[in-house]
Design a protein around this ligand. Structure first.
Ligand SMILES: NC(=O)C1=CN([C@@H]2O[C@H](COP(=O)(O)OP(=O)(O)OC[C@H]3O[C@@H](n4cnc5c(N)ncnc54)[C@H](O)[C@@H]3O)[C@@H](O)[C@H]2O)[C@@H](O)CC1
Ligand SMILES: Nc1ncnc2c1ncn2[C@@H]1O[C@H](COP(=O)(O)OP(=O)(O)O)[C@@H](O)[C@H]1O
Ligand SMILES: [K+]
Length: 475
């Protein structure tokens, strides 16, 4: 779960009213020092350099530095705004033998602690901090960021200008959305949440972002019960592939078979190839002849001819959940009547665009991917899954927003999205609520990619090979 800066501030205010002055900061600083020691692997003889800003983020760094001094680490602090430093923290740091140095004098560091700005940051990193961040990047030491890597927008993950590139981000109190999405996700490195007692104060807040864990999936993944037959488990229909792209149909159908349904029906021109690759699948060439399903996946490799258009119209007209991907999305972007049908649907719809498909439908994404997905979901009344390094899933009407926490850049490979859309369609047919089906599908897809990446470069068929093992392990 991640909470907005506003929510974290409110929680801090209510806890600060009940605890002694400086107690939260002391907890945060201790956690930072402990994590820095882990990174160093040793205390005596090691050297830490603190980058200290004008606010409490800098205060955290100085208190952590004092803690490190007490454990035998040699600590130097660069005061980025020398006339504005947390006074008590600086006094504590000096009292422990910490030294204040000029940026130019920093020559060696075994770890760098970034306390330039935290959740008090607004806008791009100001000019006075830029040289400090650049110098830190030149040193070979790992950077431990406190709360957020300075330069990353805590709420959106946007980086406009210079920003710290952290190996680890130690985040006191609650995760901030900017650590989980966009460029911030890349800059934050490993994110570690530190409990400083804000939990109860955050309990009633609706998280700005949710991220599923492996453990969440254990209870969510469909599994057959003793009384089930193939129809009660759910049947998914897949409309994908064309004469040019029969492979897309094979991939989407392949993953649809694995998402918990009892049967897959395929409707489209690639039925010969699909039947050969997946003998268990019921095939036909049109949606009308396919038979009853509990959800549709439509779009991968579909093309945009009249047959494709008629297929999309038919599934949009149905009263079951529909997942629309790839050419299905392109058809929506170019055909106002189809887009109108989408908005008028009473059953749920899920759209799974990558950036270019998203922009064709909804205009520029900008730097706030969560806000963009949310706006799009509201506009069409559908769940929107915006793909990428950190896939975002937004439900319409202020519903939950998920960010996916699994995956690898190896997933940026042809056909990988076809596997995702078949899988989510299957989860929809098996009865998962739409936003959750999308989030669960993205999680599984990412884990399959991680597994496949362990043995070499990843191709889309590898994902089909890994999914059964991933699902077995998680449930
Ligand atoms: N409030 C609390 O209870 C706690 C706060 N903690 C720490 O306090 C931090 C928040 O402290 P503050 O509210 O003092 O704010 P910060 O220390 O994050 O930043 C505020 C300072 O940065 C400057 N600044 C703002 N935007 C900037 C930009 N774009 N470029 C350069 N400088 C910029 C401001 O002028 C101000 O001097 C948290 O991130 C966390 O590290 C923790 O110690 C836990 C407890
Ligand atoms: N850099 C990346 N890091 C992690 N995952 C990525 C990255 N780029 C793409 N992906 C994932 O790979 C998949 C690609 O889907 P898509 O672009 O639709 O591919 P295709 O159309 O070829 O099937 C998506 O699930 C997306 O989230
Ligand atoms: K920071």
């Amino acid at each position: 779960m991640a909470y907005s800066v506003e929510q974290i501030r409110a929680a801090e205010r209510s806890v600060l009213a009940q605890v002694p002055d400086g107690a939260l900061m002391a907890k945060a600083a201790r956690a930072v020092a402990t994590r820095a020691l882990d990174l160093l692997g040793f205390g005596y003889g090691a050297r830490a350099v603190l980058l200290v800003g004008a606010g409490d983020n800098g205060g955290d760094a100085l208190y952590a530095g004092a803690d490190l001094r007490r454990r035998g680490v040699s600590v130097e602090a660069v005061l980025a705004v020398p006339d504005r430093v947390h006074p008590a923290a600086l006094a504590a740091f000096r009292a422990c033998g910490g030294r204040v140095v000029e940026l130019a004098d920093v020559s060696r560091a075994d770890v760098i602690i970034d306390g330039l700005v935290g959740i008090g940051a607004s806008g791009p990193l100001r000019d006075n901090l830029v040289p400090v961040v650049r110098r830190a990047a030149e040193l070979p030491a790992p950077v431990l960021a406190i709360d957020v890597p300075s330069g990353v927008d805590p709420d959106t993950g946007a980086v406009a200008g210079e920003a710290v590139h952290a190996a680890v981000t130690v985040c006191p109190g609650g995760l901030k959305p900017g650590l989980l999405v966009g460029e911030g996700r890349v800059r934050a490195g490993r994110v570690e949440l530190v409990d400083i007692g804000l939990g109860p104060a955050l309990a009633d807040a609706q998280p700005a972002l949710r991220r599923l864990t492996d453990r969440d999936l254990a209870t969510m993944l469909p599994r057959p019960e003793p009384g089930d037959d193939k129809y009660t488990r759910g049947v998914v229909g897949v409309v994908a592939g064309s004469a040019e792209y029969p492979g897309a149909a094979q991939l989407a159908v392949g993953s649809a078979r694995l998402g918990g349904v009892g049967a897959v029906r395929y409707a489209g021109y690639a039925y010969v190839e699909v039947s050969r690759a997946h003998p268990d699948v019921l095939v036909s060439d049109t949606v009308a002849l396919a038979g009853r399903v509990q959800a549709w996946t439509i779009g991968p490799g579909l093309g945009r001819d009249d047959h494709a258009r008629a297929s999309l119209r038919a599934v949009l007209d149905s009263d079951v959940p529909v997942l629309i991907d790839a050419d299905g999305l392109n058809l929506l972007a170019e055909d106002g009547a189809l887009a109108q049908l989408l908005r008028e649907r009473s059953a749920p719809s899920v759209l799974t665009p990558h950036d270019r498909e998203f922009e064709r439908l909804f205009g520029p994404i900008g730097t706030d991917r969560v806000a963009a997905a949310r706006r799009a979901a509201d506009r069409v009344g559908a769940v929107v899954l915006l793909k990428g390094f950190a896939t975002v899933i937004a439900a319409p009407s202020s519903g939950p927003v998920f960010v996916n926490g699994t995956g690898t850049p190896e997933l940026a490979t042809a056909g990988s999205g076809d596997v995702l859309s078949g899988l989510i369609g299957s989860l929809l047919a098996a009865g998962l609520e739409p936003a959750l089906a999308a989030a669960v599908g993205a999680h599984l897809h990412g884990r399959a990619g991680e597994r496949a990446a362990q043995t070499g470069p990843v191709t889309a068929p590898d994902l089909l090979g890994e999914l059964p093992g991933v699902i077995a392990e998680l449930r």
